[in-house]
Design a protein around this ligand. Structure first.
Ligand code: ADP
Length: 354
């Protein structure tokens, strides 16, 4: 893959997880296994995902001046992410997620956003010197840092001619006006089913129809991820649906981040929407095959291998791209449930405007 340039403005956290026999009740103490530390935060996860997928990545964000901040910075560097736009704020704690996991996977998470919440618009200006992105860059945003900052970053990057991609997660309850402005300032919106329903409460029977309706809020392209069932998308050329890749999923953490990073890279590089969604689904699927957030993120070679296996086994290249079907939701079948074979079955349904 060519080396696309991606800028991520977003959160960085340290995740501290303890596995316990059962979750404690209020006031109770339960002993668990040793602490597992993992770098996290949607911003950092997507930055690392993009770097592993072959992009040149610059991260903009804030850490505390504590030991965790130093460690998170080092981990970014080890992944080859340019952390020149990440500062450590004196007297502030780094973002921290305290995760308690019951043996059956049920968990509780307590999040302390720490320095991430200090990323206001003046801080963004300081970190970027006023230039968030260059015309050839793709900007990838999430919602774990203050909304006005995300809006300012989107406007600056779009003003410079960069492609702006927003993963609207986690979806804030308020202020809706700023969120509405933000949706009008991005080119590509990526949401999961819950977020898609949260943005447009009048949910449509078909997810592809919901994606099309979400375009009405501003973004040119909308992608809705559907877990094991893949994703649907709607863009100026029409809608498409991509069935999920059949993999042995062990932990869905990181799947959405891998998906967003790959989608942003592909679209930034000019890949057509159906192909970009397909590659993003492969990246998301691979992230479910290993536990953890950043530890589960796949490389470009792994994505290529999964796609090649599929192409050889089941995909008929080009056929879907030539399909000339009226652009109606009825014409888009949602992907079949994944099969339980090792060769991932695969299907792309593309629908063009008539
Ligand atoms: P989020 O974690 O943000 O809710 P999803 O669960 O929809 O996101 O996952 C993102 C993408 O990862 C999906 O669109 C799909 O391509 C892939 N994915 C997720 N879970 C699975 C799974 N069990 N099997 C195969 N692919 C998956």
């Amino acid at each position: 893959m060519s080396s696309e340039r991606l800028v991520v403005v977003g959160s960085l956290n340290m995740d501290l997880s303890v596995t316990v026999p059962r979750l404690p009740q209020p006031g109770e103490t339960v002993s668990g296994a040793d602490v597992v530390r993992g770098a996290g935060g949607k911003g950092a996860n997507q930055a690392v995902a993009a770097a592993r997928l072959g992009a040149e990545v610059r991260m903009i964000g804030l850490l505390g001046d504590d030991a965790l901040g130093g460690e998170l910075r080092e981990r970014l560097a080890l992944e080859g992410v340019d952390s020149g736009g990440v500062a450590q704020l004196p007297g502030v704690a780094s973002g921290l997620a305290l995760i308690v996991v019951q043996q059956d996977g049920e968990n509780t998470i307590t999040l302390s956003p720490g320095a991430n919440h200090h990323l206001d618009v003046p801080a963004l200006d300081n970190l970027t010197g006023g230039t968030v992105a260059s015309p050839a860059d793709t900007l990838l945003l999430q919602l774990e840092v203050p909304l006005p900052t995300v809006l300012a970053a989107a406007r600056a990057a779009r003003g410079a001619g960069a492609l702006t991609v927003l993963n609207a997660a986690p979806l804030p309850q308020s202020p809706r006006e700023v969120l509405a402005e933000l949706l009008g300032a991005v080119d590509v919106l990526v949401v999961n089913e819950t977020e898609a329903a949260g943005l447009l409460p009048a949910a449509h029977a078909e997810w592809a129809e919901q994606a099309r309706a979400l375009r009405g809020l501003g973004p040119d392209t909308v992608v809705i991820t559907l877990g094991a069932e893949g994703a649907v998308a709607a863009g100026p050329q029409g809608a498409c649906a991509e069935s999920g890749f059949s993999v042995r999923a062990v932990d869905a953490v990181g799947a959405g981040d891998a998906f967003c990073a790959q989608l942003a890279l592909s679209l930034g590089g000019g890949t057509p929407l159906p192909e970009a969604v397909r590659r993003a689904c492969a990246a998301g699927a691979l992230a479910t095959t290993r536990p953890g957030a950043q530890s589960s993120l796949p490389s470009a070679a792994e994505v290529d291998a999964l796609l090649d296996g599929v192409t050889d086994a089941a995909h008929v290249p080009g056929a879907a791209h030539d399909t000339d079907v009226p652009d109606t939701a009825d014409g888009i079948g949602l992907p079949d449930a994944p099969h339980d074979t090792d060769v991932p079955p695969h299907e792309t349904n593309e629908v063009h405007h008539a």
